[in-house]
Design a protein around this ligand. Sequence first.
Ligand SMILES: [Zn+2]
Length: 253
Amino acid sequence: MKIKKISQKINQILYDEYFYFQCKGFCHCCDNKVLFYSYDSWLRDNFYCRKCFSIPRERALMYIIETKFPHWRSLNIHESSPENRGASTKLKNNCKHYISTQFYLNNELGKVVNGIRNENLEEQTFKNESFDIVVTQDVMEHVLNPDAAFKEIARTLKPGGAHIFTTPLVNKFKPSQKWAVLDESKKLKFLFEPEYHGNPINPEGSPVSMHWGYDIIDFIYNSCGLKTEIIYLDNLDFGIRAEYIEVLISSKI
Ligand SMILES: [Zn+2]
């Protein structure tokens, strides 16, 4: 009883000190009426669904898949570098032909490593026209040769298919910038301030290789010929509100 009271007191202090915002709505990642809440003004990484702990960009991506490809459950979907929650979990649990891959450097491509198929987005072992949808969530800002990755994604898409993805367009109207490259000895070299994002399979995080702007559309077209639409959603009824949660759809005609 005493412990329970202490815990309630701590929760109250945290709430009083840090609570930022909450609202009720429908979560497209867990298909429930839920409470969305944030203990931080930076909603992008902190505006959680109380039921499935998804964040806004994941809910925005799932909403787009639901509306643009309502029959996604029966389609062939490839997700590179999935997350352990949100849209990845929903796709994995509900799509019969969903395959996820991770990239383990220095391991054979196309083989299973740590229970998941090892694929480098830049040189995939999948056959041409294998997938209806390719999903990447905050991956394209970490790829060292994004033109090769976009080209490979386009190659593996069936006609009528699409690459549906999120990547923070932090440069907005400014031109995209290469942020890191491999030097002559194949070592990572940052061109600006080193920057890393969290990575579910690597505690050291993933180095950021690109600062994308809205001109990513031209970059993709020049890389692989796919036309891309950028969709920015803002709908609190679905817990979708934050900076940099644009969903991009590159369609193969
Ligand atoms: Zn949810």
